[in-house]
Design a protein. Structure first.
Length: 725
């Protein structure tokens, strides 16, 4: 009995184990796969390693739910196949699932007869996935497979996904088109859906390193015809993976339908490592066309821009250009990008760049611009290099390791940007409207001679509009491979993302399990500031887990400083916070979660009135040093632009679980997802207003119960039964 109780107490209660996010019972989990709703059941398959808690032996796990909140674990659906010597023959990468209600595939079987004696056929569930073959082989159907080949295959189930049979004709799409024949080992992640207007199945798959999506059609899920391709476009460095294509209504108007292409990119996300971007456009059954207003050309600066510095004078020193350099950069100047660091820089404009990579090594010192008067709303520039962010707590101390470009006004850093752990230059924009008319200067600070500790900067321009790089679905570091549900109406499109980042996924400090899924999110399209935006909010069924309201208060004026809010355990580790407020005299307002008494540790979430952004700062969020290599991609402050007027009411909805925060702002057009790993003594909640007061503050905190209570109880009952036997 005592051993059973001990097991009950530890089951789903390991350190950092999420309590209202989905996790596998044990071992490694990544991309959500095969999301399909059928007969009142939400099925979620997922990438799973049955042999350990890091990536490998990729298989499909399986869980079901009736509400997207409480999940039932089921046996593996598709398990990595090994030969008699333990060598991997086939792994099952990401894909999707459908229910073939009309038996277009011919895979249905008789399951009985109706009252008139007519045969009743099953409605087979069909999974479409990427088969990965590490070893060259000849299949039983005589198809020749190359070493490392990635191909698209199908499997089917007649018992609602409990057991599966691989189709004997696999793979059904062995290789990409002939013009991409060399991409046979980078061809993956099929998303399939039924397109009613053309009465055909549509499949979207990725040529990952080409940043191209291929669109196919089929009458039967077995024989496929390529129709078109999409990409590269917008954020285009790294690998494109896990596409989804689906319709949504604009502003709930069923006569105003647009199509959305959702896809992951890694590396090359908005911060470092993994990210998720989207395109809004049209689809005619063959071709997806992104709206012109939804695409961005990285080779063009914003209309009406004024070039401050393009670094094309590669024969000049920084001093010749009016800049000031110190340390290793003294007496140097812009370099030809094609010659710096073996020509690894990509995405620059013209020929020259500012770089802190000097003569084959990472130099240290500063490179400062001349002073200028801010006269436009935005400063835009191209940046690449190692991820060593500015940290105000260590800047200028022996612990400082930043490699960044900063905007300085009156001696204070107002904006900062580091690299994204890539040599591909990407656009970044700073909102500087609050400081128009003030003097400022830019300074590149590189105090780090470690690995990848250098920066590229190019094409600094001033403009009244930001230079967008992509339409990011989440501005945090931990939302990737988002998949959407088949089988739901257009007005009920639901997405789930993998809540991790390939930059550190295998190293997060958890055990027996590793990685979680995001909160399921309902997607819609809403016109905001004359632009159609994707809006996402947690599905309403999450409210089933809400306990009592733990705290509610209104402040006509919240004065400068912070106050502690008492939240009892265990709800100090899992809660929903709703914040509404307007600007007063202060510059920032928000909440500190998982804080200690001295504010040495904590995750800071809020709104920056000056820079016009929502932010999540995990520079001090507990364990941030579990990555033992440099640069460490985990610490950081993550921002999402959300311009507001001075009298606008700002709304933040924050979901805290033991090891994550998900922030939804405005109407849901902004989302920031971030893992955190608080220290044991960091459990306080604090409200704060910085540099002045904040007006009309309304806050409520609601506890969230564990979604795994019933699973724990069932586990205990089963253990007791076994002990009695």
């Amino acid at each position: 009995m005592s051993s059973a109780k001990s097991m009950f107490q530890s089951y789903y209660n390991e350190k950092y184990r999420p309590q209202f996010h989905f996790t596998a019972e044990k071992n490694w989990l990544n991309d959500p796969n095969g999301l399909v709703y059928h007969d009142g059941i939400y099925h979620m398959f997922y990438q799973y390693n049955p042999k350990g808690s890091t990536w490998g032996y990729m298989s499909w796990g399986h869980a079901t739910s009736t509400d997207l909140v409480h999940w039932k674990h089921l046996p593996m659906a598709l398990e990595c196949e090994l030969d008699s010597d333990g060598n991997v023959l086939e792994m099952f990468f990401s894909g999707s699932a459908v229910v073939d209600v009309n038996n277009t595939s011919g895979l249905a079987i008789p399951i009985g007869k109706d009252e008139k004696g007519a045969v009743i056929l099953s409605k087979p569930m069909v999974a479409i996935y990427t088969s990965v073959y590490p070893i060259a082989r000849t299949m039983s159907n005589s198809q020749i497979i190359r070493e490392g080949q990635q191909a698209q295959s199908i499997a089917f189930s007649h018992d609602n996904g409990l057991t599966w049979t691989k189709y004997e004709g696999n793979p059904v799409i062995p290789s990409p088109p002939v013009e991409y024949a060399d991409q046979y080992n980078q061809f993956r992640d099929p998303f399939v859906f039924w397109h009613t207007p053309s009465s055909r199945w549509i499949l979207v798959a990725s040529l990952a390193i080409k940043q191209i999506l291929l669109i196919y059609s089929s009458d039967n899920l077995k024989n496929w015809t390529m129709e078109s391709q999409f990409g590269p476009c917008n954020a285009r460095f790294g690998e494109w993976e896990c596409p989804s294509l689906f319709p949504l209504y604009v502003d709930d108007d069923t006569a105003a339908e647009k199509w959305v292409m959702l896809l992951g990119i890694n590396p090359g996300g908005v911060i470092v490592g993994s990210g998720t971007q989207s395109f809004i456009g049209s689809f005619d059954g063959k071709t997806f066309v992104a709206d012109q207003s939804d695409t961005y050309d990285p080779t063009k600066v914003p209309f009406g821009s004024t070039v401050f510095q393009d670094f094309e004078s590669t024969s000049s020193t920084y001093e010749d250009l009016g800049w000031t350099a110190t340390g290793d950069f003294s007496g140097t100047g812009p370099r030809k990008a094609s010659t710096v660091n073996a020509g690894s820089a990509k995405g620059y404009l013209g020929n020259g760049v500012l770089t802190t990579h000097i003569d084959g090594h990472s130099g240290t010192g500063t490179i400062a611009s001349p002073k200028f008067t801010i006269s436009a709303n935005y400063i835009n520039f191209l940046v690449a290099g190692g991820y060593y962010p500015y940290n105000p707590d260590t800047a200028g101390t022996p612990e400082d390791n930043q490699v960044s470009i900063n905007l300085v006004i009156d001696g204070k850093v107002m904006h900062s940007q580091t690299g994204t752990n890539a040599d591909n230059l990407v656009w970044r924009s700073w909102n500087v409207a609050p400081w128009i008319g003030q003097d400022a200067h830019l300074i590149v600070i590189d105090v780090n001679a470690g690995p990848f500790a250098y920066l590229y900067i190019d094409e600094i321009v001033f403009s009244n509009s930001p230079k967008d790089e992509a339409n990011w679905n989440d501005f945090g570091p931990d939302y990737y491979a988002a998949a959407t549900y088949n089988g739901l109406p257009t007005s009920e499109r639901v997405a789930i993302g993998w809540m991790n980042n390939w930059a550190y996924a295998n190293k997060i400090p958890t055990s027996t399990w590793r990685s979680a899924m995001s909160i399921p999110r309902k997607l819609s399209l809403k016109t905001i500031n004359n632009k159609v935006r994707i809006v996402q909010q947690p599905v309403l069924s999450v409210s089933k887990l809400y306990s009592s309201t733990l705290y509610t208060h209104e402040f006509l004026v919240f004065k400068n400083g912070d106050i502690k809010v008492d939240v009892p355990g265990p709800y100090n580790a899992r809660m929903k916070l709703a914040l509404e407020f307007t600007r007063g005299t202060g510059t920032k307002f928000g909440v500190i979660l998982c804080s200690d008494t001295t504010n040495t540790h904590g995750t800071v979430i809020g709104y920056d009135f000056l820079r016009q952004n929502v932010f999540v700062n995990r520079l001090k969020s507990g364990n941030i040093s579990f990555v033992d290599s440099e640069p460490n991609p985990f610490p950081g402050c993550f921002v999402a632009p959300m311009p507001t007027q001075r009298t606008d009411v700002i709304r933040l909805s924050i979901f805290l679980d033991w090891s994550s925060v998900e922030v939804f702002a405005g109407h849901g057009e902004i989302a920031i997802t971030s893992q955190i790993f608080p220290l044991n003594d960091s459990a306080e909640v604090k409200l704060f207003s910085e540099d002045g007061s904040t007006k009309s503050v309304s806050m409520s905190i609601t506890g969230i119960d564990s979604a795994w209570k019933e699973i724990k109880a069932q586990s205990l009952r089963e253990t007791l039964d076994q002990n009695q036997k």
